[in-house]
Write a protein that binds this ligand. Structure first.
Ligand code: BGC
Length: 245
């Protein structure tokens, strides 16, 4: 495989997706495989899926992995939407051991942001860029002149007295049976809060709702430029591939 190719895995609460990425263009150069995230999503069960995904692609080399939690030097530091047995696990070490190839992990929203800053809608943007992903939780990736400030975890800011992601994540819209406008109002409250704290130059919105902005974006009234992510489903995989050792 050419040296410009890297392998990325995007681990989410419901699915684990992987592909080979061309680092020159940020494009996938293989099929994208997806396997349901095992339940309970324990370290060993997920490690087995990682091995399967790598084997399916016949990939022989290091691997980058996006993960829905705080990841500091490979060690998992939170477990909001994954099995609590992940806490304090050295995921770099575990996956490296089961795969027999070097693995490096990164927070999922940080990975998506890296991809958007390198290849996508935020390419070349200077200043403060804030990637926010709306899914099961809310993920955040903060970039200053293109450099990542990792593990910002802004989905857990307090909003209306509760954890913000429990009000404004995409999962909250379904759980609370909200109309898009009602959900858009919650997202607006959230964005205004983040805007007041960080005064970013640009918000990049990722997750499924970023493809349906016509349904809710008119509810958002902020002073900051806001755009939908451009790499949608692939941002996590591509960002993960970027951090492969
Ligand atoms: C987690 C973050 C993650 C986000 C999106 C949150 O609950 O704490 O680490 O980035 O969900 O998956």
């Amino acid at each position: 495989m050419a040296a410009t190719h890297a392998f990325g895995i995007d681990i989410g609460g419901s699915g684990m997706k992987a592909a080979i990425v061309d680092l020159a263009t940020g494009e996938l150069v293989s099929d994208r495989f997806r396997i349901d995230t095992p339940q309970p999503a324990t370290p060993q069960a997920m490690a087995d899926v990682v091995v399967e995904l790598v084997r399916e692609h016949e990939w022989d080399g290091s691997v980058g992995c996006a993960f829905p939690a705080i990841v500091r030097n490979g060690v998992v530091g939170s477990a909001a939407n994954i099995d609590s047995s992940w806490l304090d696990v050295d995921a770099d070490e575990l996956f490296t051991e089961v795969l027999g190839a070097e693995v490096h992990m990164i927070n999922d929203a940080d990975a998506a942001g890296l991809a958007e800053v390198r290849y996508g809608i935020a390419q070349g943007r200077q200043g403060v860029v804030m990637m926010l992903t709306f899914g099961t939780g809310i993920g955040s990736g903060l970039f200053v002149d293109g450099a990542l400030v990792p593990n910002t975890e802004l989905g857990h800011l307090e909003l209306d007295g509760v954890d913000a992601e429990s009000r404004a994540a995409a999962s909250a819209r379904k759980r609370d049976d909200l109309s898009w406008s009602e959900w858009g109002d919650r997202v607006n409250d959230y964005l205004r809060h983040v805007e007041a704290l960080f005064s970013p130059d640009l918000f990049v919105i990722g997750g499924g709702a970023s493809k349906r902005t016509e349904k809710w974006l008119d509810r958002v009234d902020i002073n900051t430029e806001i755009v939908a992510a451009s790499m949608a489903n692939n941002a996590g995989i591509v960002g993960a591939a970027l951090v492969a050792p």
